[in-house]
Design a protein around this ligand. Sequence first.
Ligand SMILES: CC(C)(COP(=O)(O)OP(=O)(O)OC[C@H]1O[C@@H](n2cnc3c(N)ncnc32)[C@H](O)[C@@H]1OP(=O)(O)O)[C@@H](O)C(=O)NCCC(=O)NCCS
Length: 141
Amino acid sequence: MTTFKVRPARRGDATPITALMTELGFTADAATVTWIVSHPEMELLVAADALDKAIGIVCLAHRPQIRLGGRVASIEELMVTQAWRRKGVGRELLKRAVERARVLGVKKLEVQSLTAIAPEALAFFSACGFLPADTAVFRLA
Ligand SMILES: CC(C)(COP(=O)(O)OP(=O)(O)OC[C@H]1O[C@@H](n2cnc3c(N)ncnc32)[C@H](O)[C@@H]1OP(=O)(O)O)[C@@H](O)C(=O)NCCC(=O)NCCS
């Protein structure tokens, strides 16, 4: 069965979302997911299977930026559980996040990817209309 739907995350999704993140090797806690669900500048969407269990997520963060003279947004998380990959779930989640960004009047939408998964991420984002950006990321050592 490949039926899924995309909907806004609810507080009750916190534990399944945490499990999803853990499956992909990230540490995550339910309290932070709950925080994001009610955060005014974050949008967390869930792809849910026929039993309404989370099988993928996308998280969009947005805020005003001076040099842009408007709102900038970033995709903070985008992931699909292994068993559901290559069935169009990631593409649909990303499409819904882009639609939401448009409604919010976002002028620039970006996504960062870990270097380790960059080849797959590049293939996916290219297929979805994203191009590599000419930006470098610096992190406090
Ligand atoms: C990237 C990810 C979200 C894609 O989710 P998905 O549901 O498998 O993606 P889709 O089925 O919607 O794929 C859409 C298109 O992207 C491309 N694509 C997706 N995964 C790919 C891969 N591993 N290798 C090459 N191309 C890929 C294909 O063109 C695909 O279309 P097709 O299946 O008709 O050929 C998923 O692999 C994932 O969760 N990866 C780990 C986390 C991650 O890398 N997140 C993105 C960076 S934040």
